[in-house]
Design a protein around this ligand. Structure first.
Ligand SMILES: Cc1cc2nc3c(=O)[nH]c(=O)nc-3n(C[C@H](O)[C@H](O)[C@H](O)COP(=O)(O)OP(=O)(O)OC[C@H]3O[C@@H](n4cnc5c(N)ncnc54)[C@H](O)[C@@H]3O)c2cc1C
Length: 491
């Protein structure tokens, strides 16, 4: 089976490795436009914030005798009739199966003078790939001020990251509320107050309409209100658009993304599949890596011999959790966060709001289960609520008990991974259960890196690293306590 994969990002690179390892007759060719080996894109905002090094976020590159990777070579055209992909270097690649894993592109809002025919004005950038991150890092030594456009998850991560580096940041957001898809007004106001304490100026309900430049570099921006903000950098975090250019040109049906069925194949052509951010499956694309990795595994399962595709991982309770990786600002939302007033279900909601210290917690309970929560500025509570939410544990009859602590004996105090069941998920990005991690540790994995290599846990956003460490420590402690058997005991 000749498989051609277009895109060498987080999903394409994993698919190539798994396909070559698990499908005995597969020969895989990967075309990757970026000149780099695959890396963890999720951590790019951590690179900008100085929490991770640009050369420290590499992912394991596919390595197998039946994989050819063409790095820095883009796919230019797909001839579906002859089943051939033409690459930017002129090479031709015949396929039996074609996998589109082209990811998504950063959305560039309509802004006057944002670009020249050669590209974005110097000092203006998005944050989508390693080159963007490197460009921002290169500009930092001479920058004192930055404007970040967009206060979604990425905008908050970039704004706080730049502020942590001593840059005076102005965060401009089109909507009235920050993260308006996740936060209600009160939570947004508390988050905005916390950003203010980090030295970030927040301007909402307007956008950037024009870029001002001096000697070929950005020197300021004009807002919709007519106000001018002087700046040395503009970072646009205005969302992403699935990369469908090639697919459209090849006549494949696309809406927001490349349309695929439950089997991840195009309804128009069974030889072409799409996975990751570029795909639009029946349940919709989440733009999160867990969904793409799940699709990759399902496609390999299918081609490796399983008669039907494994059902997709039920994502309602996991990819529905949004955790902002911001420096100095904790924001976590899950389920019916910020939107429960419009819900039709029987809901009880309780909140505490303490803007003076930047804390806001709201829980939404229905039929004895936590169905939504918003947490700003309280990491411990966020972790506990996330566990209750994703594991669908019963909650106390009075929802107030979920946010007022300590509550000895109540479910909300179950904060340790030791309390989790073996089939509970520890790594949400990769869908790795506690049982699999414990089995890997029992099989000899002695460090977090060993566990990652054996199970892939912690290779996504890295949120589960503390839990993996806790399981390793618990295992080591139990080994220490185990009686040493000698002599007759050994026999
Ligand atoms: C800064 C940032 C932070 C993020 N944070 C999170 C997070 O906290 N949690 C989370 O779950 N997700 C997060 N994401 C999203 C996550 O990175 C994506 O879901 C994931 O990368 C999707 O993988 P993919 O392989 O589909 O696309 P990508 O990783 O984007 O890879 C697509 C690759 O295809 C290449 N390509 C495109 N067209 C062609 C062509 N014609 N020929 C050859 N190659 C081509 C691109 O250059 C790219 O290398 C974040 C993304 C960014 C940018």
């Amino acid at each position: 089976m000749r498989i051609v994969v277009i895109g060498h990002g987080m999903v394409g690179s994993r698919f190539a490795q798994d396909a070559a390892s698990r499908i005995p007759d597969a020969h895989v060719t990967v075309l990757g436009r970026e000149p780099h080996a695959p890396y963890n894109r999720v951590l790019l905002s951590s690179v900008v914030a100085g929490k991770a090094a640009a050369d420290g976020i590499a992912l394991d590159a596919p390595a197998h005798e039946r994989i050819d990777v063409l790095q820095g070579v883009a796919a230019a055209a797909i001839d579906r009739e002859r089943r051939i992909v033409t690459a930017s270097d002129g090479s031709l690649h015949r396929y039996d199966k074609l996998v589109l894993a082209t990811g998504s592109a950063a959305r560039i809002p309509q802004i006057q003078h944002v670009a020249t025919p050669d590209g974005l004005v110097a000092g203006v950038s998005v944050l989508k790939d390693l080159d963007d991150a490197q460009g921002i890092l290169d500009a930092l030594p001479k920058a004192r001020r930055a404007v970040v456009l967009g206060a979604g998850v990425l905008g908050l991560e970039v704004a706080t990251g730049l502020a942590a580096r001593g840059i005076a940041v102005t965060l401009v957001h089109h909507a009235e509320r920050l993260m308006e898809r996740q936060l209600g007004s009160a939570a947004s106001a508390v988050a905005a107050g916390s950003l203010g304490r980090l030295g970030i100026t927040v301007i909402t309900t307007t956008s950037v309409t024009r870029v001002l430049e001096r000697r070929g570099r950005v020197s300021g921006v004009v807002l919709g209100t007519g106000a001018e903000v002087l700046t040395d950098m503009l970072v646009m975090c205005a969302g992403t658009i699935p990369e469908t250019t090639l697919a459209r040109r090849a006549g494949l049906p696309c809406e927001r993304g490349v349309l695929v069925g439950e089997d991840l194949a195009s309804p128009e052509d069974p030889h072409v599949c799409a996975i990751g951010d570029c795909a639009q499956p029946p349940e919709g694309g989440s733009g999160l890596v867990a969904q793409g990795w799940d699709q990759s595994t399902r496609l390999v399962d299918l081609w490796a011999g399983a008669r039907t595709a494994r059902p997709r991982t039920e994502d309602a309770d996991t990819t529905n959790v949004v955790r902002v990786k911001a420096t100095g600002l904790e924001v976590v939302t899950m389920g019916l966060s910020g939107k429960f007033e419009h819900g039709e279900r029987e809901l009880r909601a309780v909140r505490i709001s303490d803007p003076a210290v930047g804390r806001f917690v709201e829980v939404v309970v229905s039929h004895g289960l936590l169905v939504g929560a918003t947490v700003v500025g309280d990491k411990t509570t966020a972790t506990e609520l996330q566990a209750l939410y994703t594991r669908m544990l019963p909650v106390p009859a009075d929802p107030a008990h979920l946010i007022v602590r300590p509550i000895p004996g109540a479910a909300a105090t179950r904060r340790s991974v030791a309390d989790m069941d073996d089939d509970d998920t520890v790594c949400q990005c990769n869908g790795v259960s506690k049982g699999r991690i414990c089995a890997a540790i029992a099989d000899g994995c002695a460090s977090p890196e060993d566990v990652s290599r054996a199970t892939r846990a912690s290779t996504g956003c890295g949120d589960c690293k503390p839990q993996v460490k806790e399981l390793l420590e618990a295992h080591a402690a139990s080994e220490d306590k185990a009686p040493v058997l000698t002599g007759a005991g050994e026999a």
